[in-house]
Design a protein around this ligand. Structure first.
Ligand SMILES: CC(C)(COP(=O)(O)OP(=O)(O)OC[C@H]1O[C@@H](n2cnc3c(N)ncnc32)[C@H](O)[C@@H]1OP(=O)(O)O)[C@@H](O)C(=O)NCCC(=O)NCCS
Length: 181
């Protein structure tokens, strides 16, 4: 299919499944994907800040040295973390990064999987891309012998809470917070 036609298809998908008639792929992230993941992480942080879900995020973090290094580490440290990207027409439109964390002592199940970051570009939402990314993550979690997945989400982020509930997560701990003047 010629490029112009493909671009038109991407911009005008009436049927939400039309998008998958164009080439799509979900795969493990590589170091070549870091710049795109930095850009999507920036969009995620800007979204969290502008919607009032977080008042303590640095929107430029993913492009800082520290942010870049952390994203690179998550993608390459395959024993303790993972990264997946969803591609449409060779372009990354969504990603998920996860890692293994340890609870404080005194827990029956010490290790768990933390779904650290995930974002689907707004133009591509509602087409099961988030669901496919979470499925990949669940398989990774199982392959590591872990039983628990957790993620942090602002209680104000009703959309993400609905999404995670659909994915099988249920609200658990509540983080209480205050600013001391
Ligand atoms: C949350 C997010 C990852 C979902 O990705 P997505 O590709 O649009 O989700 P899917 O299409 O796979 O949706 C799967 C299910 O969740 C539901 N869902 C997804 N987003 C929802 C929302 N905002 N409100 C209510 N339900 C939602 C869908 O309706 C679908 O249910 P269905 O199978 O019954 O139709 C995406 O909206 C996003 O990136 N949001 C901004 C960033 C964000 O909030 N990240 C996570 C918290 S840090």
């Amino acid at each position: 299919m010629e490029l112009k036609k493909r671009k038109n298809m991407i911009n005008n998908f009436d049927d939400k499944n039309d998008i998958f008639k164009i080439s799509s792929e979900i795969r493990e992230a590589t170091l070549d994907d870091v710049a795109d993941i930095q850009a999507l992480t920036k969009k995620l942080f800007v979204h969290e800040i502008s919607e009032g879900y977080s008042d303590n995020l640095d929107s430029n973090w993913s492009f800082s040295e520290e942010g870049k290094k952390e994203i690179q580490e998550r993608i390459t440290s395959k024993k303790s973390s993972c990264g997946f990207v969803f591609m449409i027409d060779n372009q990354i439109v969504g990603y998920l990064i996860g890692r293994i964390l340890e609870e404080e002592t005194g827990r029956a199940e010490l290790k768990y999987a933390d779904l650290e970051y995930m974002f689907v570009d707004d133009k591509y939402r509602g087409r099961s891309i988030g669901e496919k990314l979470v499925k990949k993550f669940k398989n990774w979690v199982k392959s590591k012998g872990l039983k628990i997945i957790k993620t942090n989400v602002s209680y104000k982020n009703k959309g993400a809470i609905s999404f995670y509930t659909k994915m099988g997560l249920i609200p658990a701990d509540v983080t209480m917070k205050m600013t001391v003047e």
